[in-house]
Design a protein around this ligand. Structure first.
Ligand SMILES: *Cc1c(COP(=O)(O)O)cnc(C)c1O
Length: 491
């Protein structure tokens, strides 16, 4: 299967090339020329996560041999995951929390970022690529650590992560700056995630940077969800969940479900959209935002308007105003016309806003957008605990509250999967505050212990003893000097 660019109709590349490059030269995102629509759910009943992953990946990555893919799956999904069959489903009335945080960094991004280095490795071989790769990544907190973990000590690869110095949780920061591996670099910037992401994207498409890197024998690639090698592994867990609900007899074959995804860059929910396209019976895709509610507004009125204040919230991994992967949905909405995508993306860059026409707006109907305030988020952590004796993190709480809003709005009682994107141990301070505990004057590490002791949960290995680990990274830079920082690191 070939991949095309959302912004240039003349681009057509293999999936291997797309994974190595990360983003198309003119700034467009790679997308399958034809979205796979041939999942055979019946044949997947009784299969393991890894078997289902192999089936889904092979439909998107047709230039990978099955043997190579099998090896990728085996290497990515080994004993780094701390739960039987990688993910788990927790029933809560008519809904199911899909726990995606049992990987090495306790956020859902592990599901894909354990896989991406494996896919890159095979992709190199497939296209005879022999330069070293520099993975350049902007993070709102979770991608950075998951990518560092995935790419640490991988041959022929360096990884540079930029994070907003004052925009991530204490635990997220500690996880990143204690990262081991000779090939890892972590840089705090004095800007927000959108600054980091925009500047990284600009470096990808800068001729000057490209020439500079090539002269040193390097090529950039991306571990953000703009990379198809990151996006495709995320389709798997939606397919898997449907199959498991069937096995548990929670649903019948062919029964429709809904999916709720706490969203930032629109990657995780786009993966659910692709699962729906493949033939998984998903009716509504419920997109949950925090107070950075640009997506909720877009899905309601068809106007994407980023001209609003950037708000730092207690669900920091969703603090985003420029949602990269929405471009891939947009491409479908404008009937795959790259010139229209280009126009909208230009408007967004120049004016900060674009508006769909009526016909295009009508194509958003499988999505429902809702946003959740800070107060509602904290309240939801508490309510879910009281009702289900179950502690959720703040991102998942945004998802659950959006689901409640949807229920109120529609009375649609289909079985619903709620993507549970992080362990409560990753956002301990906010979670403990939500639970009504005293957090003032206590640091995150003390609160880890309290959360564990009072609520009877083991501290995950990923954050155990984190405060005692040696700090290995202390680079800082101005948001306008990220290019120079990259040059300095590679010199
Ligand atoms: C990254 C992240 C999100 C948002 O995912 P997107 O794919 O960017 O929409 C939500 N929750 C957590 C915990 C995350 O790390």
């Amino acid at each position: 299967m070939k991949y095309v660019s959302t912004r240039d109709g003349s681009v057509e590349v293999s999936s291997s090339y797309g994974i190595i490059k990360g983003i198309s030269e003119e700034g467009g995102l790679f997308i399958p020329k034809v979205l796979p629509n041939n999942i055979d759910v019946e044949s997947l009943v009784g299969k393991t996560y890894k078997e289902i992953a192999l089936d889904v990946l092979s439909k998107f990555l047709s230039d990978f041999s099955i043997d190579d893919l099998k090896e990728c799956v085996d290497r990515a999904y080994d004993n780094k995951f701390h739960v039987h069959d990688l993910v788990s489903l927790k029933k809560a009335n008519n809904s199911f929390f899909l726990e995606l945080f049992h990987g090495p960094t306790i956020a859902f991004k592990d599901m894909a970022l354990c896989m991406l280095p494996q896919l890159m490795n095979v992709a190199r071989k497939n296209i005879g690529f022999n330069r070293d790769v520099v993975i350049l990544t902007a993070t709102s907190g979770d991608t950075g650590k998951a990518a560092l973990e995935g790419f640490a000590n991988v041959d022929n690869t360096k990884i540079i992560v930029f994070y907003p110095k004052n925009g991530v949780s204490k635990i997220q920061e500690s996880q990143m700056i204690t990262q081991e591996g000779e090939n890892t670099y972590v840089v705090g910037i004095d800007g927000n995630f959108d600054d980091a992401q925009s500047n990284v994207k600009e470096m990808f498409t800068s001729k000057e940077m490209k020439d500079h890197l090539n002269s040193l024998g390097y090529e950039f690639s991306s571990a953000n969800s703009i990379n198809i090698g990151r996006l495709i592994p995320q389709v798997v867990y939606y397919v898997y969940s449907y199959v498991k609900l069937l096995e548990k007899k929670e649903i019948d074959m062919g029964e429709e479900i809904n999916v709720v995804v706490p969203t930032g860059n629109f990657g995780n929910i786009l993966a659910a959209y692709y699962a729906k396209h493949m033939g998984i019976k998903i009716d509504k895709l419920i997109c949950a935002s925090n107070e950075n509610n640009v997506l909720a507004d877009f899905l309601k009125v068809g106007i994407y308007d980023k001209r609003r204040e950037f708000i730092k919230t207690i669900s920091p991994s969703m603090d985003i105003l420029i949602s990269s992967n929405l471009e891939r949905l947009l491409y479908e909405i404008v009937d795959r016309d790259p010139s229209k995508v280009r126009k909208y993306m230009n408007d967004l860059k120049k004016k900060g806003v674009y508006e769909l026409n009526e016909n295009e707006k009508n194509k958003l109907q499988s999505f429902y957008g809702a946003w959740v305030s800070e107060e509602e988020t904290l309240d939801t952590v508490k309510k879910v605990y009281e009702r289900f004796n179950y502690v959720i993190d703040t991102h998942t709480a945004v998802g659950y509250r959006a689901y409640e809003k949807y229920l109120k709005d529609t009375d649609d009682n289909k079985k619903t999967i709620i993507a549970s994107t992080a362990s409560p141990f990753k956002f301990t301070k906010s979670v403990m505050a939500g639970l009504g505990e005293v957090v003032e004057g206590k640091d995150d590490f003390q609160l880890l212990k309290e959360l564990s002791e009072k609520y009877g949960m083991d501290i995950p290995k990923a954050v155990k003893g984190l405060d005692k680990r040696k700090i290995l990274h202390d680079r800082l830079c101005h948001k306008d000097h990220m290019k120079d920082m990259v040059k300095e690191i590679l010199a």
